[in-house]
Design a protein around this ligand. Structure first.
Ligand code: MG
Length: 243
């Protein structure tokens, strides 16, 4: 039986190490409230998403892009009638999201401190360089990581370049994250090991399998692991290493 050698672990940041999506959802609700004179909450949110998607190529990911898209969508939805003071409020919401310290998910600190003793750990996140670096630095877990990588897109090429830079062979690399598309599939396609931890599951890890069985999934021929919580990562890594 061939047992893979595991040398390095990559962790996605947003919704893997700390809460993120719920902050966006709260701001989207505030946006819809502000636009309620001109649109139903559903239409307001849909218009915002359409503006964000349209701007993605020019702005990239992140809170600053999201804030600009809120302002643009607000002007469009209101036909230019929205008050400047309301636009300032949207700016303030964006700034509050940027200023907010990272709120770690349960188990993150303990798991990282355990894994840092044995493995090369990398944060791999996409989005705005300044904000992402700041969040990592303010998270209280930065010292567990050997490297922090903020990339503009999580595709196989970006992962390949990044691993090459750190002299890591894909087969010795495990990537852990909440997005199958960004965190798991590109790494599996390179020959690495993908671990999916859905964000919503982390809210209710009481729902973990009663027998605590680690299990894999298959999507488009790609096989990867699916866990209920980051707390299961050390056990999985041990099993992969055959110990
Ligand atoms: Mg994420």
């Amino acid at each position: 039986l061939e047992v893979p050698l595991i040398r390095a672990l990559g962790f996605d940041a947003d919704d893997t190490l700390w809460h993120n999506e719920d902050h966006f959802a709260a701001t989207e609700d505030a946006f819809a409230d502000l636009l309620s004179r001109w649109a139903t909450p559903e239409d307001a949110k849909e218009a915002l998403l359409a503006t964000e998607t349209q701007n993605l190529e020019l702005f990239g990911y992140g809170v600053k892009s999201f804030t600009l898209s809120m302002i643009e969508a607000a002007m469009e939805l209101s036909g230019g009638a929205i008050e400047a003071s309301d636009l300032v409020m949207l700016l303030e919401r964006g700034k509050a999201m940027l200023a907010r310290p990272a709120e770690l998910l349960p188990g993150v600190e303990q798991v990282l401190s355990e894994l840092a003793k044995h493995y090369f750990l990398i944060v791999i996140t996409k989005g705005d360089l300044h904000h992402q670096e700041r969040k990592v630095q303010m998270s209280g877990v930065a010292h567990f990581f050997n490297a922090i990588e903020v990339i503009s897109e999580k595709d196989p090429n970006s992962y390949a370049r990044l691993l090459d830079r750190h002299n890591i062979i894909p087969s010795e690399f495990v990537m852990i994250g909440n997005s199958v598309k960004s965190d798991v599939l590109p790494v599996v396609h390179l020959g690495g090991i993908g671990v999916h931890i859905p964000y919503t599951f982390t809210w209710a890890h009481e729902h973990a399998h009663p027998d605590h069985e680690l299990h894999t999934r298959n999507v488009d021929g790609a096989r990867y692991w699916e866990l209920d919580s980051i707390r299961e990562v050390p056990e999985l890594v041990q099993r992969l290493a055959g110990s």
